[in-house]
Design a protein around this ligand. Structure first.
Ligand SMILES: [Ca+2]
Length: 421
């Protein structure tokens, strides 16, 4: 089996690294959007999350109840359910791991989380995942501060693992660190596969920061979906382990920024959402070794209006299974399999953070498929709340749980509401 220490020799720097026009931009601090610009310059003011249960209408399930579990989180990013009933939630900017126990947010955060870089908007502590056989083993993806080739103040994407003991994280170590600096703020979603390997998306391949080429560069971890063993080493059956031009962790390439990963309960296929800049968000069915085209083929416009590429598709690239225009900024992803909502079984749910680049338009999106897994309708839920929905998961109790990506962030639980008398 290939391990990190046994992988092929370091790939020589690409010309774009050697010329490094972005290095000057980085030093000048001009390459990345700052906090002041936030998610969009335009938008509707979002109200606070509900502090009491609210009932809303929906299509196949006539009335649903949205129950706030907590509204005391700052920019929550990822969550995981433990077998003891606890819910672990990350807070991105603050770099905190929190515990919800018996339906209440514990006041103290979990000590032992690695120090994260969160100076830039969208950087910080990201996802949390639990080992499928030992759910005290906690995996955290995060933005890690680094010094790189003498340049200070840079950062990359890392995956840490630690053991939760008495609400403290112990034996914490980085088991994977992306090589080189992250130039575009890479989201990093985590999902364990049924075979025990761990998928980790590493985005950050934005054309506007001059990093779009990274997604097509087999020598870079950025703009890729990676597949790791649970100890961070490289699975021997990864698609490119025998090609020294590729990083051996790469499973698929040609991605911009993937924020949702879920396995289809019927086909077993891995689905992933990917954010375009303006329109052209995608949900893709992931196939080992495939190339998803970014930025050479895209349905997106750049933020200032021009097309990202001259073609939406070209031979050799995968086409998206689902496409959004205008963009909905898709985030977390879940197929519903529970018994609380029989009418929703097999439906795909995803968090939408904003529609058409207008803030305050986030919602929960539901997609219905036919028996051949082809899309037949879409519904927008929770539009009344105007929250950026960051993640959606089915809880062990069969309810849907959401995170809102807001300064006053919430965990919301969706239940069926009693029928109107
Ligand atoms: Ca694509």
């Amino acid at each position: 089996m290939l391990t990190s220490s046994a992988r092929p020799p370091r790939i020589p720097p690409r010309p774009w690294i050697a010329s490094a026009p972005w290095a000057a931009l980085l030093i000048a601090g001009a390459a990345l959007p700052d906090r002041a610009r936030a998610q969009s310059d335009y938008g509707i003011a979002a109200p606070p999350p509900p502090d009491q249960p609210v009932e809303l209408g929906s299509a196949e399930v006539p009335r649903i109840r949205v129950v706030p579990i907590t509204t005391e989180l700052e920019y929550p990013w990822g969550m995981a359910f433990r077998r003891n009933g606890d819910i672990l939630v990350t807070e991105r900017d603050a770099g905190r791991l929190r515990i919800i126990r018996d339906g209440r947010l514990l006041e103290a955060d979990v000590p032992g989380v690695p120090a994260v870089y969160s100076e830039r908007w969208r950087a910080g502590l990201m996802d949390v995942a639990l080992h499928p056989d030992d759910d005290a083993l906690v995996y955290l993806s995060y933005t890690k501060p680094i010094v790189w080739e003498g340049l200070d103040g840079l950062f990359t994407v890392a995956l840490a693992r630690g053991r939760l003991v008495d609400d403290r994280l112990t034996d914490v170590e980085d088991i994977f660190v992306a090589d080189g600096p992250d130039l575009g703020i890479a989201a990093a979603k985590l999902l364990f596969a049924p075979d025990g390997t761990l998928f980790m998306s590493v985005g950050g391949s934005y054309v506007f920061t001059g990093t779009g080429e990274l997604a097509q560069d087999p020598g870079s971890h950025f703009g890729k979906l990676l597949r790791l063993n649970a100890d961070g080493t490289v699975p021997a059956d990864n698609p490119f382990v025998h090609d020294p031009a590729y990083r051996p962790e790469i499973y698929t390439l040609g991605h911009r920024n993937q924020m949702g990963l879920a396995f289809h309960p019927g086909t077993g296929a891995l689905w992933a959402t990917e954010n375009g800049p303006q329109g052209g968000d995608e949900a893709n069915i992931i196939r080992a070794g495939a190339n998803y085209g970014w930025p050479l083929a895209s349905e997106s416009r750049e933020y200032p209006g021009g097309w990202v590429s001259s073609t939406p598709w070209q031979a050799g690239f995968e086409r998206p299974e689902i496409l959004w225009w205008p963009s909905v900024a898709p985030s977390g992803l879940a197929f519903y399999t529970g018994d609380r909502f029989p009418a929703w079984q097999g439906n795909l749910f995803l968090g939408a953070m904003m529609v058409g680049r207008i803030g305050g338009t986030g919602h929960l999106e539901r997609i219905v498929f036919n028996a051949r897994a082809e899309e037949i309708r879409r519904e927008w839920l929770l539009t009344e709340l105007k929250q950026r929905i960051r993640d959606v998961r089915e809880g062990p109790d069969g309810y849907l749980y959401l995170l809102t990506d807001e300064e006053q962030g919430a965990v919301l639980r969706i239940e069926p509401a009693p029928a109107m008398p």
